[in-house]
Design a protein around this ligand. Sequence first.
Ligand code: AMP
Length: 296
Amino acid sequence: MNHPRLATTPAELSKAITELLEATGKDRPALGLVPTMGALHQGHAALAQAARADNDVVVASIFVNPLQFDDPDDLARYPRTLEADLALLGEAGVDIVFAPAEETMYPGGAPLVRVSSGDLGNRFEGAFRPGHFDGVLTVVAKLLHCAQPAVPAEYRAYFGQKDAQQVALIRRMVADLNFPVQVFPVPIVRAEDGLAESSRNVFLGPEQRKDALVLSQALFQLQERAAAGRPLDLPAAVELITSRGGVELDYFEVVDPLTLAALPAGPSDTLSGPALALVAARVGSIRLIDNAELSG
Ligand code: AMP
């Protein structure tokens, strides 16, 4: 197993990255960055493995970003498992772990200047979590700057398709603000029962976990209909979720994968191109999100 180097300040991170990039002896080595909030599971491992497969040097960051939590209780109880996280990242072959303290990332407290996620950040997750995506984009911008190679190198960053709206927004930030990095989405990793892996799944009791499965079941139903060229009938998939006691649906929509604009998905609407089904629901006090790509 690899023992990643631990960096806790941007200066330490930059030094470690330069040393490892130079040690490759290549003219233009590749650096992969995997930003996380820790409490790592197989979904994060897939990101680290994808970065490992494509790059000479891999950095993962672990930082629970207070700026993206609209609910102080959610922030306070967010799981923190640094030792286990380092072991998982070492197993995945990560070279450097950047785990800064809150004071290091936000020395003067919350930053005055932030990245605005615009209209795209106010919909779906943003509508239920005001300010969430401005917080996400601000910390991702900072992390992308902190890990920016100081010597000639390819620069790539890896994000999970589990957070589809986040991926769409990060792509827009990178394009709109000319970040010199390539964004790579990584497919959703699911548990054997179909539940999308999430750091919040540890809070689900056994019954709640069974209830939560209705989300992936409803998504798979849409995927099957799309693949068979049948009408999507989103209302029937919605009904599957709302008829399940213990699950409170927040939203369930079929959208364009890039713009997240709503697409027609009624009982007589068939797909005319790629689409994404986005769902969010609460199981008890645990908020879960999931999504699936639909194609005819
Ligand atoms: P988080 O630690 O929850 O902020 O997630 C860090 C990264 O891991 C994000 O890019 C997430 O989209 C990604 N991720 C989380 N869960 C999964 C999953 N089940 N499959 C794939 N990627 C995931």
